[in-house]
Design a protein around this ligand. Structure first.
Ligand SMILES: *[C@@H]1O[C@H](CO)[C@@H](O)[C@H](O)[C@H]1NC(C)=O
Ligand SMILES: *[C@@H]1O[C@H](CO)[C@@H](O)[C@H](O)[C@H]1NC(C)=O
Ligand SMILES: *[C@@H]1O[C@H](CO)[C@@H](O)[C@H](O)[C@H]1NC(C)=O
Ligand SMILES: *[C@@H]1O[C@H](CO)[C@@H](O)[C@H](O)[C@H]1NC(C)=O
Length: 885
C-alpha cells in the first residue's frame, strides 16, 4: 500500500511539472510578459439574454497586485458608466434596472434586474492598473424575447352586425408568426376573416361567430411556440319585444307596466319618469315613496298604489353591454268617482224642486238619477213619458271648483217641475266612470196640506155606556195636528172623551153616558199648507128587530136546516148570531130548548124525533143583544126512511172533462164520502158498485164487468178499490143502507192513470189516446207518491209506537159520550167533530171545498150532507157550510 501511495504522489508531481513547463512555454513563449488583464464571466464574447429575466456579468481583474488597480467600472452600450449600487440604497428601487456591485475579492458584477430589449449592445469593463495601464474587456449582449401575448384578452365580445377585431397582439424577438384556429381548423383570410398582425378581424359579426379561438405564435429560429385560447361571445344589443304605448290605472289600486327586450347578455331594465327624470328603479327616489318597484331583470314596473300624480310618460330603459334602448309609455290615472254633494230639497206641492248632485272623478263621471229602490234611471233631459221630471246637466265651469278639497268634475241637477205628492221620496245620484260607481241618497220632500183620503170611517155606532173609538188619519207633509169637534164645539176637554194622538193620527174614545154624545164629530187637521175636516157620525145602536122568516131548507127525519130572512132592522150593527127556541108541541115554552148559531154557519138543528110535531121561534142578535122572538112556527118531522144519498168526495184531480175525476193511480182508487143523514134508522152498511164505462151520446154506458163491494159498517167514510184497469173510465156508485132500505146512489166517474210499464190492452173500455202525459197527472203521481210515503211512515208509527194518524183511528174506537148541549151552543165554523178521527175531519174540510161544484149539478135536497154519529141515540150533527142556494 505504501508503495502504491508513493507512486501516485509521484505521478501528480510529474503532472504539475508538465503543467508548469507548458505554462511557462505559453507565457514566456511570447516576447512580452503577460500584463494585467480583465476577465468577463461568463466568458463567451457574445451572450444572449432573455428579456425580462435577471442577468449578471462578472468582471474579474487578473493582476499581480490588486491594490494597483483603480477605476474598475462597467460602461454601457451608450457609453455611460453603470452606476454602483450605493450602500444603504434599497435594492427594490425599481428605476434602477441596471447597476454594479463590488464583490469581495475585487470582482465587479453588472446586474440586470430585468433585461429589456434596450439592454442589448456592447458592455465594456475598464480599469486602470498602476496608474498607467488602461485595461479593458468587452462583451456583447444580445437580447431575445420569448413569445408574449401583449394584448390578447381571453374573453372578447364583438357586437352583432359590426366588424370586430379579435385582439391577439404577440411580441417575440425574433418576430413570431401568428396563426388562428377555431375548432381545430385553421383560419385564413377570406370574405369573413382578415388575419391581421394584431388580431383576427371578423367582418359583419353573426351569432355563429361565438366560440373558442386559438391564437398561436411560433418563432422558427428559437423553435418557440405558444398559443392562447380566446373565448368569443357575440353580444346582441337589446331590442324591445313587448311594450305598451299607453296604459290606464285606477287610483289607489296596484298596477304594473311591462317592458320586455331581447339581447345578449340579457338586458337590465330601469324606469324613468319623463317629467322629472327621476329613476323609479331607485327605491329612494322622492316620488316613489316606496310605491314603485322595478324588477331589473324582467323589466316589470310595479306601482303598489297608483297616485293621481303618477300620470304622465314613463320611460323604460333596457341596457346591456351591446347597447341601450328606450321606450316611452303613457300612464293615465283613472280616479274613481265620488258623489261629493247631494242637496236635499223641500218644496210645497206645485212648486219646483231641485236636487243638485256634484261628483269628482277622472275621467269626469256620468251622472244619473234613480228613484231609491228602483233600477230605472232617469234619462238626461225631460222624461219621455213624464216631462215634469227633468235631469239637467251642469257645466262645471258654472259651479264652485272644489268641495272639501276635492275637485268637482261632473254635476247634474234633478229637477221636478210642479212637484206632485208622488214625487216625494228618496232619490239616488249615481256617478259612474271607468274607475267605478258611486252613489248618494238625497231626499225630495213635497209638502202638502192635510187630506183625509185614507180615513174611511164615516159613521160609528155605540150604545149606552159602550165606549167607541173614532179614528182620523190625516195625510200631510209636514205632519198635521188634529183637533176634535162635536156639533161645532170643541169636545177635547169633555170628561167622557179621551183623545189619543194629536196627529197625523188621532183616536177619540167616546163613552156615551148621555144622548148628547151622539151626533156629528169632526176632526180637523192643520199644517202650514192648510186645513182639512173629516166628519164621523156617531149613532146609537139598538137590538135587531124580529126575524122576518125562517125557511126550512132541508128536512130529514131528525134534522132541519134553516135559512133566515131579516130582521128588517139590524139596529145599526152587523148581525152576530141567530137563535132558535123549540119544544114539542105538547110541552110549554118553559120546557123549550135553545140553540144559537153564529152568523154564516150552517143553521142545522139536530136531535129531533121523527114523526113528532114541534114549535119553533127565532131571534137575531147583534153586539147590543138579542132581538125579540119571532112568532111560533109549527112543523111535524117526517117518518123514518132510507138514508140520504151519500155525497162522494172526489179524491184525485178533476180532469179536463169536468165530471171525470182522474185517479192518480193506475190500478186502484180510494173512494171517500160523507156519512149521509140516516133519516131516523142507523146506517148498517154501504154498497159500492164499480163498472168500467164508456161515454156515449146518451151518457155513460156501463160494461157488464161490474163489481159490488159491501161494507158492513156505519162509520166508514173511505174504501180503497183495487185491481182496477189502468187508463180506464169507471162509473162508481155508492149507496147507504139502513133498516128501511137503500139510499139513492151517489155517483162518480173516475179515470185511472196510465200504466207506463205495460202496453195498453185491447179492452174497449180502455181509453186509447196516446197523448202525452198531462202535467196534471205527473203532479198527481208525485203527490200520490208523497202520500204513500206518509201513509207508510204513519203505518209504521202505528205499528211500532202506537202513534200517528192510523194509531189515532185504531186506538180511539171508543166514542166519548156526547153532551147534549143544545143550549146556547155557539160554534163558529168548527171543523166536523164526528168522533171517527182527525183524518175524517180533514175529509170534511175537503168536502167543504169541493162541494160547490157538486151542488151545481145535483138537486137541492142533496146539497146538504149531514154527518151523523150513530153510536149515540142523541146524535150531533155538523153541517157543511151552505152555499148561497
Ligand atoms: C239628505 O237626505 C238624506 C236622506 O234622508 C240624508 O241622508 C242626508 O244627510 C241629507 N243631506 C243633507 C245635506 O241634509
Ligand atoms: C180604542 O182605542 C184604544 C187605544 O188604541 C184601545 O186601547 C181600545 O181598546 C179601543 N177601544 C175600542 C172599543 O175599540
Ligand atoms: C210624522 O208622523 C209619522 C207617523 O206618525 C212619524 O213617523 C214621523 O216621525 C212624523 N214626522 C215628524 C216630522 O214629526
Ligand atoms: C133559552 O133562552 C132563553 C132566552 O135567552 C132563556 O131565558 C132560557 O133560560 C133558555 N133555556 C135554556 C134551557 O137554556
Amino acid at each position: 500500500m505504501d508503495t502504491c501511495g508513493r507512486g501516485r504522489l509521484g505521478a501528480a508531481a510529474v503532472a504539475v511539472v508538465i503543467l508548469v513547463i507548458a505554462t511557462a512555454k505559453g507565457s514566456y513563449g511570447v516576447p512580452e510578459m503577460p500584463g494585467p488583464m480583465l476577465v468577463i464571466l461568463p466568458s463567451q464574447p457574445v451572450q444572449t439574454k432573455a428579456i425580462g429575466k435577471n442577468a449578471l456579468l462578472t468582471c474579474r481583474p487578473n493582476v499581480e497586485d490588486i491594490d494597483l488597480l483603480q477605476d474598475l467600472k462597467w460602461i454601457s452600450p451608450d457609453g455611460a458608466t453603470v452606476e454602483r449600487d450605493n450602500e444603504g440604497q434599497e435594492l427594490s428601487d425599481l428605476k434602477k434596472n441596471m447597476y454594479t456591485e463590488v464583490m469581495p475579492g475585487g470582482d465587479l458584477v453588472l446586474i440586470f434586474r430585468s433585461v429589456t430589449e434596450r439592454d442589448s449592445g456592447n458592455y465594456t469593463c475598464t480599469a486602470t492598473y498602476a496608474n498607467t495601464d488602461h485595461i479593458k474587456k468587452s462583451v456583447k449582449i444580445e437580447t431575445i424575447m420569448a413569445i408574449t401575448f401583449v394584448d390578447a384578452p381571453e374573453e372578447q365580445y364583438p357586437i352583432l352586425g359590426t366588424s370586430y377585431k379579435v385582439k391577439c397582439e404577440v411580441k417575440a424577438n425574433p418576430a413570431p408568426i401568428v396563426d388562428w384556429y377555431k375548432n381545430s381548423e385553421v383560419i385564413t383570410t377570406d370574405d369573413h376573416y382578415v388575419v391581421d398582425t394584431d388580431g383576427l378581424l371578423i367582418k359583419n359579426v353573426t351569432e355563429s361567430d361565438d366560440g373558442i379561438y386559438n391564437c398561436r405564435a411560433i418563432v422558427i429560429k428559437s423553435g418557440e411556440l405558444n398559443d392562447r385560447n380566446i373565448r368569443v361571445e357575440v353580444h346582441v344589443p337589446p331590442t324591445f319585444q313587448e311594450t305598451v304605448k299607453s296604459m290606464e290605472a285606477v287610483e289607489g289600486q296596484a298596477t304594473s307596466l311591462t317592458c320586455l327586450a331581447a339581447g345578449k347578455p340579457p338586458p337590465v331594465y330601469s324606469w324613468i319618469k319623463s317629467s322629472t327624470k327621476e329613476d323609479l328603479s331607485n327605491p329612494t327616489s322622492p316620488s316613489s315613496a316606496g310605491r314603485f318597484s322595478v324588477d331589473k331583470n324582467t323589466g316589470v314596473l310595479t306601482i303598489i298604489s297608483v297616485h293621481r300624480e303618477d300620470e304622465g310618460e314613463l320611460k323604460c330603459v333596457a341596457e346591456n353591454a351591446a347597447g341601450r334602448i328606450e321606450h316611452t309609455a303613457k300612464l293615465s290615472v283613472v280616479v274613481p268617482p265620488r258623489v261629493l254633494s247631494l242637496a236635499n230639497d223641500s218644496v210645497a206641492a206645485g212648486q219646483n224642486g231641485n236636487i243638485a248632485c256634484r261628483a269628482s272623478g277622472v275621467p269626469p263621471p256620468i251622472i244619473h238619477f234613480k228613484r231609491f229602490g228602483s233600477q230605472v234611471r232617469y234619462v238626461a233631459g225631460g222624461q219621455p213619458e213624464d216631462d215634469h221630471i227633468y235631469v239637467e246637466p251642469v257645466a262645471i265651469s258654472d259651479v264652485d271648483k272644489f268641495i272639501e278639497g276635492e275637485e268637482i268634475t261632473a254635476g247634474a241637477n234633478f229637477v221636478v217641475h210642479s212637484a206632485l205628492r208622488s214625487d216625494d221620496g228618496l232619490y239616488v245620484c249615481v256617478a259612474e266612470n271607468k274607475g267605478g260607481v258611486a252613489e248618494r241618497l238625497g231626499h225630495l220632500t213635497v209638502e202638502f196640506a192635510p187630506s183625509f183620503a185614507s180615513t174611511p170611517l164615516k159613521q160609528a155606532w155605540s150604545w149606552h155606556n159602550h165606549p167607541v173609538n173614532l179614528t182620523c188619519l190625516a195625510e200631510s207633509i209636514p205632519n198635521a195636528t188634529i183637533t176634535w169637534w162635536l156639533n161645532e164645539r170643541s169636545i177635547e176637554n169633555d170628561a167622557n172623551v179621551h183623545k189619543l194622538g194629536n196627529g197625523p193620527q188621532s183616536t177619540l174614545t167616546v163613552t156615551p153616558y148621555d144622548q148628547k154624545y151622539y151626533g156629528i164629530y169632526k176632526c180637523r187637521a192643520s199644517n202650514v199648507h192648510g186645513d182639512a175636516d173629516h166628519e164621523i157620525h156617531l149613532r146609537e145602536a139598538h137590538r135587531p128587530s124580529e126575524v122576518l122568516q125562517a125557511k126550512l131548507e132541508v128536512i130529514t127525519a131528525t134534522t132541519i136546516t134553516f135559512s133566515f130572512m131579516g130582521p128588517k132592522n139590524d139596529g145599526g150593527l152587523p148581525m152576530r148570531a141567530y137563535a132558535v127556541q123549540y119544544k114539542e108541541e105538547r110541552k110549554t115554552w118553559n120546557e123549550a130548548l135553545n140553540k144559537t148559531w153564529l152568523v154564516d154557519t150552517p143553521y142545522i138543528l139536530e136531535g129531533l124525533e121523527p114523526q113528532t110535531s114541534y114549535n119553533f121561534r127565532f131571534a137575531a142578535k147583534n153586539d147590543v143583544g138579542f132581538g125579540e122572538w119571532s112568532a111560533d112556527e109549527h112543523h111535524t118531522m117526517p117518518k123514518r126512511s132510507n138514508p140520504e144519498e151519500p155525497v162522494i168526495l172526489s179524491s184525485g184531480l178533476s180532469g179536463s172533462e169536468g165530471e171525470v175525476v182522474n185517479s192518480p193511480y193506475a190500478y186502484n182508487y180510494e173512494l171517500r164520502w160523507k156519512i149521509p143523514a140516516d133519516n131516523g134508522e142507523p146506517i148498517d152498511k154501504y154498497d159500492i158498485k164499480f163498472c168500467p164505462a164508456k161515454k156515449t151520446n146518451e151518457g155513460w154506458k156501463e160494461s157488464d164487468k161490474c163489481d159490488t163491494i159491501e161494507i158492513k159498517s156505519h162509520d166508514h167514510t173511505a174504501h180503497e178499490l183495487q185491481n182496477l184497469q189502468a187508463n180506464t173510465y169507471y162509473k162508481i156508485e155508492l149507496r147507504a143502507h139502513n133498516g128501511i132500505g137503500y139510499s139513492t146512489p151517489g155517483q162518480i166517474i173516475v179515470k185511472t192513470a196510465r200504466d207506463h210499464s205495460s202496453n195498453t190492452a185491447s179492452d174497449p173500455y180502455m181509453k186509447e189516446e196516446n197523448t202525452a202525459l198531462s202535467s196534471g197527472i205527473i203532479i198527481g203521481i208525485v203527490i200520490a207518491a208523497l202520500l204513500i210515503v206518509l201513509i207508510i211512515i204513519d203505518l209504521s208509527c202505528c205499528v211500532v209506537n202506537k202513534a200517528g194518524l192510523l194509531a189515532m183511528i185504531c186506538l180511539k174506537n171508543k166514542k166519548e159520550p156526547i153532551d147534549q148541549d143544545i143550549k146556547n151552543e155557539c160554534r163558529e165554523q168548527e171543523p166536523l167533530k164526528s168522533n171517527n178521527s182527525n183524518k175524517y175531519s180533514v175529509h170534511d174540510e175537503e168536502m167543504q171545498r169541493t162541494e160547490a161544484p157538486l151542488i151545481a149539478t145535483e138537486n137541492l135536497k142533496r146539497d146538504t150532507a149531514v154527518d151523523f154519529d150513530f153510536k149515540n141515540a142523541t146524535s150531533r150533527t155538523t153541517f157543511v157550510k151552505n152555499s148561497a142556494v
